[in-house]
Design a binder for this molecule. Sequence first.
Ligand SMILES: NC(=O)c1ccc[n+]([C@@H]2O[C@H](COP(=O)([O-])OP(=O)(O)OC[C@H]3O[C@@H](n4cnc5c(N)ncnc54)[C@H](OP(=O)(O)O)[C@@H]3O)[C@@H](O)[C@H]2O)c1
Length: 258
Amino acid sequence: MSAFNNKVCLVTGGTSGIGRRVSERLWEDGAQVIVFGRDVNKGEQMANSLGRGCHFMPCDVADPEQIARAFKDIEDTYGRLDCAFNNAGITAQYASVADSCPDNWQQVININVNGTYHCLRHELGLMLKTGEGGAIVNTSSCAGVMPIGGQVAYVASKQAINAMTQVASIEYAEGAGAGRPIRVNAVAPGPILGGMNSNERLKASPKNTQRKIDVTAMKRFGTADEVANAVLWLLSEQSTYVTGIVMPIDGGYAAGKF
Ligand SMILES: NC(=O)c1ccc[n+]([C@@H]2O[C@H](COP(=O)([O-])OP(=O)(O)OC[C@H]3O[C@@H](n4cnc5c(N)ncnc54)[C@H](OP(=O)(O)O)[C@@H]3O)[C@@H](O)[C@H]2O)c1
């Protein structure tokens, strides 16, 4: 039997890059996949190409009311949630702290921090209601493990995601009441091809591209599949004694300075 047979799994930011690959892999493993994103064309195209078992729900995670409506829809349609991958996120404009733009700070915090927080709240609420436990993975970043300059909002947002992961993991590790445990972990990808590192972006700034390669011990970009391997493991029954970790998937970036 497939690992996620008939499990109801939510992927936020599932319309492109890492989130899209995780959605496809969950679907290939038998899950019923719900995808959140803002781009309705991309989302519907994706749901149509996968077909039965993939459900795109337009949802801007920066808007708590849209999130509340989408979760009501999930509850009405499926009555449960088994797994969630909170992956919707954006990078910050490149600038030192003094030169950074407060509007951009607010936008990054609204999507990366508040979006993850509100989704996490609803996911835990729904999982607690069924009492059958669950598994949640949040997307942090190698920059949330070892901060980088020029990205204050992004680094702060990813460190907040690490904190939310750890707090929620402690609170639900034993389950609540008669309910089964809910595990909460995070992945911290290094530079990954596609998505934020699309071919066009990499070609447009070769110096920056080389810098991203050089910060990894393996001297290469990772792939969305390499991140998906870790996410699916953390969501699966293979990792039942793992909760509260922020797992680097980064070609050795966080291993040390070299
Ligand atoms: N690629 C990397 O090298 C790398 C490294 C470390 C961490 N990460 C993290 O991995 C995650 C995915 O990155 P990616 O490279 O795969 O980027 P991407 O291709 O740009 O994907 C971002 C996804 O987030 C969604 N999204 C953005 N803002 C949203 C909002 N307000 N509401 C709902 N969905 C929203 C986008 O969908 P719509 O456009 O449809 O809204 C898209 O599906 C991010 O959290 C990022 O910080 C990436």
